[in-house]
Design a protein around this ligand. Structure first.
Ligand code: R5P
Length: 284
């Protein structure tokens, strides 16, 4: 058994390999001057776990080429694809006539080449429903562990994410709440914590993804207006599009922590242990 690190997940793949006590297979990835990508498998392998987040179209092409390099050597049953961050999952339905259901195309592609697909906190149930053989991992306990007994209040930016935040808060042993839209009058809608008073408290806004940072920035502003002494943000997938981090800091977020499903400077927590544990169960 080998772990193959895709170019988007080198750190996490190495951590998973270490946790599983298996070797990393050597692979060369490069880009030609015209932009085309190239993959060469340098080691002999029998069974493999490919670890590669999908953040960009290049990440998908690298996976395609990697699966092709494996095609002559292995059968599908020998391949497990670990996609820690599953991009394209937000297009989980055709919102308008004629639109591609992007995650359906990704699911079909992955399941054509890998016997099992493992991912972390997929965007929605709808997105997950396009897979036949998906194993999903919840990273909220990792976030909860980081804040265990730290005297914080965890806040979900909306009711939809509350169930996730509950899991983290239970492990952190802290209070939790969600933000609710309250209509003040015909022109004014305010966002407020539903139940908990955050005055003078250290608040952690917890979400699955930080992409543009707009959701957390708005929530942080609200927490400050409600008297929170400090506001931090924790997420599973630090996608951080454009200048999301600057946006968060300029809206009063003191600190951002994330897991390593997307490898960023703020990815200080690791899901490797959780992934390795699940892989042990799956691969025996
Ligand atoms: C929404 O369903 C997700 O849970 C996140 O709140 C959202 O994807 C965050 O996006 P952004 O950082 O662009 O506001």
């Amino acid at each position: 058994m080998h772990v193959i690190a895709g170019p988007s997940s080198p750190v996490l793949a190495e951590r998973v390999a270490n946790d599983l006590k298996v070797s990393l297979a050597k692979v060369t990835y490069k880009r030609f001057p015209d932009g085309e990508l190239y993959v060469k498998l340098e080691d002999r392998v029998d069974r493999v776990i490919v670890v590669q987040s999908i953040r960009s179209s290049d990440d998908i092409v690298y996976l395609m080429l990697l699966f092709d390099a494996l095609e002559d050597i292995l059968s599908k049953e020998d391949i497990t694809a670990v996609i820690p961050y599953m991009g394209y999952a937000r297009q989980d339905r055709a919102f308008n006539e004629g639109e591609a259901v992007s995650i359906r195309a990704i699911a079909e592609f992955l399941e054509t080449h890998a016997e099992k697909v493992v991912s972390v906190n997929l965007h929605s149930r709808e997105a997950a429903s396009h897979f036949k053989n998906l194993v999903e991992i919840d990273a909220m306990p990792v976030i909860g562990e980081h804040y265990r007994e730290k005297d914080v209040i965890m806040v979900s930016p909306d009711k939809g994410s509350l169930e996730r935040v509950k899991v983290a808060a239970r492990i952190a042993n802290c209070e939790y709440d969600y933000l609710e839209k309250v209509r003040i009058d015909a022109e004014t809608v305010e966002i407020q914590p539903k139940n908990v008073d955050v005055e003078g408290k250290r608040v952690v806004i917890v979400d699955d993804i930080i992409s543009t940072g707009g959701t957390i920035a708005k929530a942080a502003e609200t927490m400050k207006e409600n008297g929170a002494s400090s506001v931090e943000a924790a997420c599973v997938h630090a996608v951080l599009a454009a200048n999301a981090l600057n946006k968060l800091y300029s809206h009063g977020v003191r600190k951002v922590v994330a897991t390593d499903t997307v490898e960023q400077p703020v990815s200080v927590l690791s899901v490797s242990g959780t992934i390795a544990e699940k892989l042990r169960e799956l691969t025996g």
